[in-house]
Design a protein. Structure first.
Length: 568
């Protein structure tokens, strides 16, 4: 069979070779030159590769997994994808001499297009390039829409490709189902998964149905599906993560921790997974397990864009719990040096107080508590939910009552329909010997949040759109992280424009609200739908000329849809 394709101009592509050995780069360069390639750049380290990727757009990247000191190949790929340094049509081939599973199991969302095991023959390279390039052309526009977070348009593009690309039909159906899930269309996604399962029992389709069942609150059924996937393929890492989430939703934290531990052994080089394991183990009091996970998280995150300050604070807590105050404080200093922001400084002070308290130094813990209480009194702004929970825990521990109660009420009002967070709040009250009083406070806070939200919805339903817009602005100021209030606020802004006409300022306001939701809680079902509804409100003169979100949405969303989905 002739592996060369007359439709692919390999001579005109721009290549980047990343390998710490000059001899290997030279061999790959000669192979590419034999294909006619002229534009070939080289990088001898991960940092040099990032510099090159920041300056140029490459059609093909061949990257070795092991790059010596600094970033490895997987970390270079992750950062390139997070920073959008690669076009959707670009090819990324990971080259490795290793065949071990863990060396090629990175974050599921940052996988290369293919792996090549050394030694690489010219024929094998060309065959793989042709295969990947042809597939990339099928998914190019879909990937572009995905990067732009226009998931519904991407799903429609899948339909267009399915009719003309039977060899890729299964991959397109899988992509479409995942896009529908992200777009808040789980029932349509489930139809695809179940249709595929009738023909063949694919693990990805079973896992997809499991995710939908979990979204519907069917945690037992979902967990059984994820377990069956793991039995069929013990290397299907996403099934472990989903199973752990299902167990946590059911209050089975110990089982969730065991599942994450198994996943971390199979794929130990994922920063987010090691962080999740450490946090869960710490909350359960499994200090050696937490310490091991956090140390691994810090080690593999040193050169990664996924690097997280949570691992430093978690390790400090673990050290404090085994009475190594000195090492704990060293990690806190390092955290502030590596991540220098005001929030990190606040969290460091909270963690310092917890370390002192958990290692028996109550005087120093109280001093930290006094300093933090003064900060709360001087600044009305409140940090994110995890920070508030830790701060409340410390303040209760050092004998303060009013400030932590206020914090926990604030957290409850911002998460009034989140059972996992509400359970955490109740447990903090329980530990402070305020179980009954805490339960009452939680109930009152939930009612207050519901009333605030429902008042805005009532104004909308009464046709008082201007008043509803103003009310929801005030609601966002009071409860800036309440997802239902944020979504309903954006929906009311869109309803106002549907009734009174397009307003660029209101479009900007609604867009800011929705993008803030995506930042603090990515993956919400309503996000993609509402972004498309927002784009649909643009008048024809403002519609995208290249068939982008505005042009597609104008054809796909009616005015009634744009104004009729408030979640009261």
């Amino acid at each position: 069979m002739d592996t060369t394709s007359p439709t692919i101009d390999w001579a005109g592509k721009h290549y980047l070779l990343i390998d710490d050995f000059a001899g290997i780069r030279q061999l790959l360069r000669e192979s590419l030159r034999n294909l006619g390639a002229r534009l070939i750049d080289q990088a001898g380290s991960g940092n040099e590769a990032m510099t090159m990727l920041s300056k140029n757009r490459y059609d093909v990247v061949l990257c070795d997994y092991n790059l010596g000191e600094g970033k490895n190949g997987q970390q270079v790929l992750e950062e390139a994808r997070v920073r959008n340094l690669m076009a959707p049509s670009s090819i990324w081939l990971m080259v490795s001499a290793e065949k071990s599973v863990e060396s090629v199991m990175g974050a599921a969302e940052f996988q290369p297009d293919a792996y090549l095991i050394k030694p690489i023959t010219e024929g094998a390279l060309l065959t793989r390039l042709n295969r990947v390039w042809n597939k990339k052309q099928v998914f190019r526009d879909i990937d572009k829409a995905y990067i732009e977070k226009d998931y519904l348009r991407a799903a429609k593009l899948c339909d267009l490709q399915i009719f003309g690309n039977k060899p890729h039909e299964l991959d397109l159906l899988r992509m479409k189902a995942s896009l529908l899930l992200k777009s808040g269309e789980p029932h349509k996604a489930r139809e695809i998964y179940e249709r595929v399962l009738i023909e063949r029992d694919y693990n990805w389709a079973r896992a997809g149905v499991g995710k939908i069942r979990m979204q519907d609150g069917e945690y037992d059924a979902a967990s059984l599906m994820f377990q069956s996937v793991i039995v069929e393929n013990r290397h299907y890492i996403d099934a472990y993560d989903q199973l752990a989430t299902a167990y946590q939703q059911m209050g089975r934290a110990e089982e969730a921790c065991n599942v994450l531990e198994r996943a971390a052994k199979l794929s130990p080089n994922s920063v987010p997974r090691q962080r999740a394991l450490g946090m869960l183990a710490l909350s359960l009091g499994h200090i050696p397990m937490a310490e091991k996970a956090f140390r691994k998280c810090i080690a593999i995150g040193e050169y990664s864009i996924m690097k997280t300050v949570d691992a430093y604070f978690g390790l400090a807590r673990a050290c404090g719990m085994r009475n190594d105050q000195k090492e704990a404080l060293q990690w806190l200093l390092l955290a502030q040096r590596e991540f220098s922001t005001d929030l990190v400084g606040l969290r460091a002070k909270i963690t310092e107080g917890l370390v002192y308290h958990e290692s028996g130094d109550y005087k120093q813990a109280r001093a930290c508590g006094d300093e933090l209480e003064a900060i709360l009194a001087s600044d009305p702004a409140r940090p994110d939910t995890p920070t508030c929970l830790d701060l409340a825990t410390l303040l209760f521990a050092v004998g303060v009552k009013d400030a932590p109660v206020d914090l926990l009420c604030y957290v409850t009002k911002n998460n009034h329909d989140n059972p996992v967070v509400l359970d955490q709040v109740q447990r903090i009250f329980d530990k402070a010997r305020m179980s009954e009083e805490g339960g009452t406070l939680i109930g009152n806070s939930r009612k207050e949040a519901t009333d605030i939200m429902n008042n805005g919805v009532l104004l909308w339903k009464s046709g008082k759109l201007r008043e509803a817009v103003e009310w929801m602005r005030g609601a966002r100021q009071k409860l800036p992280n309440n997802l239902r209030i944020l979504f309903n606020s954006a929906q009311i802004l869109m309803s106002h424009m549907q009734e009174h006409g397009y307003d660029q300022n209101l479009v900007g306001e609604a867009s800011q609200v929705l993008l803030y939701v995506e930042r603090i809680a990515p993956g919400q079902q309503r996000f993609a739908q509402m972004m498309e509804q927002l784009a649909a409100l643009a008048p024809p003169a403002n519609a995208s000329k290249d068939g982008g979100p505005a042009a597609v949405s104008l054809a796909g969303v009616s005015g009634k849809q744009a104004s009729g989905r408030l979640n009261g």
